[in-house]
Design a protein around this ligand. Sequence first.
Ligand SMILES: *Cc1c(COP(=O)(O)O)cnc(C)c1O
Length: 381
Amino acid sequence: MPRSFLPYGLHSIDDEDRAAVDESLRGDWITSGPTIARFEAALGEVCSAPYVVAVNSGTAALDIAVGALELEPGSEAITTPLTFAATANACLYHGVRPVFADIDRHTWNLDPEEVRKRITSKTRLIICVDYSGQPADIDDLRALADAHGLHLIEDAAHSLGATSRGRPVGSLCEMTTLSFHPVKHVTTGEGGAVTTANEQLYRRLLLLRNHGIDRDASARYGPMAGWAYDIKVLGRNYRLTDFQCALGISQLRKLKRFIDKRRALVSRYQDRLPPDVTMVKQMPDRQSSWHLLPVLVPEGVSRDAVFTYMRQAGIGVNVHYIPVYRHTYYRKEIPTRPEDYPITERVFSRLLTLPLHPGMEMSDVDEVCGILGSACLERTP
Ligand SMILES: *Cc1c(COP(=O)(O)O)cnc(C)c1O
């Protein structure tokens, strides 16, 4: 069947998913029902995490994760500029200043050595991102965090199902945040979650998800007060619905299959990419779950020309990401000099995301590689 446009990412929904949502909608609970805990338990299994709090976006997950740390306003959090702005925004919601550190030249993940250089007396937190699906350098970051008494949050929006030294993402950090946006590994429409092994943080995450409401208010109003609740902290409504969780449970059953397909597509890309197109380097002790397939166009070739050529040919290439410090809001609030981030700038100037999602065929990869090859040839000055 001819296709007019191949997007860079796409959800995969089948009859089983539709049946799961339908069944949920026929039940008694639309929201705050028993499917939430079932979804959280299924995520806990995948992530080897004792506690999971499901919320209604990855952004909400980041917001409550930073909130649960109860940092003093004016504190600093060190993070990567090569991410979606939500990572850094989560800090600003809490009066915490994001400080960007440059990325590693091979993995394009946060460079622990650059993080170390940015630590000040105000630093309280490091937020790493598992860029494209490959876990960040967690061991070095944790050593750094421990040495300086810092918290460590892993934004794992790209890396559900990935492992580092055999351990699954979701079990590597104090808190890990996930996203279930349609382009991510599994979807609930919109959705997200925080995983943790820390019970105290878990209690705070639960409060923050639901208006700061604590139902156990009998101490204040007496044991007979069945109506009692108490607002303990300034929370939000970040609850996920039962039918979304039903979709999430059904999607999680297919996670391994989705990731296997993504890995197979990536190895096809590896074989077929035009010469001089560079893939993000993989570390031998980590197994990426491949959310994105970012490449660098060859030196001397215009990325923007390649982008336009491929879009005109119906290939949904993209750029992940515009470095966060380049956005207008960040230029105003957190003035930085792009020249302080030479690796990020160099990667960004040649960066291109190629289509990658489980619904693709090997022949799609061949087509993308063919068009990319023509685009690079045509656009070589
Ligand atoms: C997708 C994404 C988010 C935000 O997730 P939403 O569910 O869209 O709110 C945060 N960080 C990164 C790195 C992401 O890719």
